[in-house]
Every structure is written in structure tokens, then in C-alpha cells.
Design a protein around this ligand. Structure first.
Ligand SMILES: N[C@@H](CCC[C@H](N)C(=O)O)C(=O)O
Length: 258
């Protein structure tokens, strides 16, 4: 079988994207998805995304982690899929699409995609960390000297040790100034550090606001792969109108025999 694919990246979180509006992709083939995402034996990516037809909205997003299993929401992947839908001419400046966690509105301006995330009703605060779900589960923990921190070792330990087989994504954070944070993320399903995680940096912004580390409702995050901005409104302990904004870029397109 020959597959036409597109490669996108959003702040270095990279994805194989396929136009599956005809429904021909073998969606249950976990091995195939993992092989396409493999950096040595395939195209190489943190995840694979299908763009599919949807009855109600402009399109449907189906997201797989690099291990080949269907994942929960991917914020950077969602932004990249909006850029792809724009490239295909399915959407112009605004869109609403369906994803595993519900409907998402987004705006496109050049290479920048501003994606509305699901509302967040609770942030669980523990003494050493916070836990919240921004479409995907996220552990958020402040550390010193993030540049030299062993994200792979400590992330893996927490992902399995604290959250069991279901696991969580693990974000390590260092504050830079009143409204700016640096973040490095260990991603469940990739089982390693990625250059950026959209639902992760969203979780960090909300956790830092909840914990009083910032008073800003527009938070800037530096990741290994670039910068993202999160804006939100707080109402009675919950968060609404949460937007994740940053670049979403087509890297190349190609064809693969599989
Ligand atoms: N990279 C993603 C998060 C993807 C979901 C995750 N790995 C999971 O299934 O837990 C993002 O940008 O949000």
C-alpha cells in the first residue's frame, strides 16, 4: 500500500498527518502507526494524526501516540491539523473541529494557529506538584536548573510510579519572570521527552496561576522547540476560554510504501 503523508511540527512536537477523508487508512493497525512514527524505520514523529470527515464540524481529528495507540488530546497536533486543513482548503481563517475530548474552535493567521482548549474545572494541588486534565492528563512540577534536569529518568519514574499503567504526561517547570515559564515534558505514549507538548504547557499555565506563581492570565512558555502563549479566564476555581497559540508548520510531504 502506498500512503501519501504530510509532516508537520508545532514548536518541535512533530507529526505525520494523513488525509483520511476517504476512510482508507487501517485505523486498528497499531504496528503500522508505530512503524510510521519510528525515527529509524519509518518517517519519524511524536505522533500520527488522521484528518477525517465529520457530520457536524469542519473535520475530525484522530490522534495516535508514537507507540501506535490512540491517545488523548494533543494540543500541538490539533494546531498542526488546523494548519493542514487550511492548506487543503477545508478551512479559511476560523474553524471548529471534533476531537477525542470534544469540539475545538481555532483561528489561523499565517503560520500561527490559536486553538481553543476544553474547559478545565479542577486543578488538584499537592505539596510538590499539581495534576490536571487539559484534554490529556498532566503532572506539573517546579524544579531548579531545568536545563540540567534529567527529564527522561525523573519523568519515567513518575509516569509509572505515581500514575500506574494508565500513566500521565509529566511536565517539569522553572519560572523565568512574572508571566513566563520554561517547560520540559516527558510524554506518555512517546515514553520520552518531546520538544514541546501543547496540552502540557496549557496545564502548566493553569497550575502556575492556581498556585499563585503568576497573576497573569496570558502566560508565555519557552519549550525546547519554541514559544507558546496560553490565555484563559478563571471563574469559581475553573478555567474557560483557554487558548493555546503558536506556530504550526508543514515540514515536507511524501509517499511511503508500507
Ligand atoms: N503532544 C501532545 C500531547 C499528546 C497526548 C499524550 N501523549 C497522551 O496521550 O497522553 C500535545 O501537544 O498536547
Amino acid at each position: 500500500m502506498k500512503l501519501q503523508f504530510f509532516k508537520y511540527q508545532g514548536t518541535g512536537n512533530d507529526f505525520v498527518i494523513l488525509d483520511n477523508r476517504e476512510g482508507k487508512f487501517p485505523k486498528d493497525d497499531t504496528k503500522l502507526v508505530a512503524q510510521l512514527c519510528d525515527r529509524r524505520f519509518g518517517i519519524g514523529a511524536d505522533g500520527l494524526i488522521l484528518l477525517e470527515k465529520d457530520d457536524v464540524t469542519d473535520f475530525r481529528m484522530v490522534y495516535y501516540n508514537a507507540d501506535g495507540e490512540e491517545g488523548s488530546m494533543c494540543g500541538n497536533g490539533g494546531r498542526c491539523l488546523v494548519a493542514f486543513a487550511h492548506y487543503l482548503g477545508i478551512v479559511e481563517k476560523e474553524t471548529t473541529f471534533n476531537a477525542v475530548d470534544g469540539l475545538h474552535y481555532a483561528e489561523v493567521e499565517g503560520d500561527i494557529v490559536n486553538l481553543k482548549m476544553v474547559d478545565v474545572n479542577e486543578v488538584h494541588e499537592k505539596s510538590a506538584y499539581s495534576f490536571l486534565d487539559t484534554g490529556s492528563p498532566h503532572h506539573v512540577q517546579l524544579v531548579n536548573d531545568l536545563g540540567h534536569f534529567d527529564v527522561q529518568k525523573e519523568g519515567k519514574k513518575l509516569r509509572y510510579g505515581l500514575y500506574g499503567q494508565a500513566g500521565s504526561n509529566i511536565n517539569f517547570v522553572e519560572q523565568q519572570d512574572a508571566d513566563t515559564f520554561q517547560v520540559r515534558t516527558y510524554e506518555r505514549g512517546v515514553e520520552g521527552e518531546t520538544f514541546s507538548c501543547g496540552t502540557g504547557v496549557t496545564a502548566v499555565a493553569l497550575a502556575m496561576y492556581t498556585g499563585g506563581k503568576t497573576k497573569a492570565n496570558q502566560v508565555h512558555i519557552h519549550t525546547l522547540g519554541g514559544d507558546l502563549t496560553i490565555s484563559f479566564e478563571q471563574h469559581n476555581g475553573g478555567y474557560t476560554n483557554i487558548f493555546l497559540k503558536g506556530p504550526a508548520i508543514q515540514v515536507y510531504k511524501g509517499e511511503i510504501e508500507c
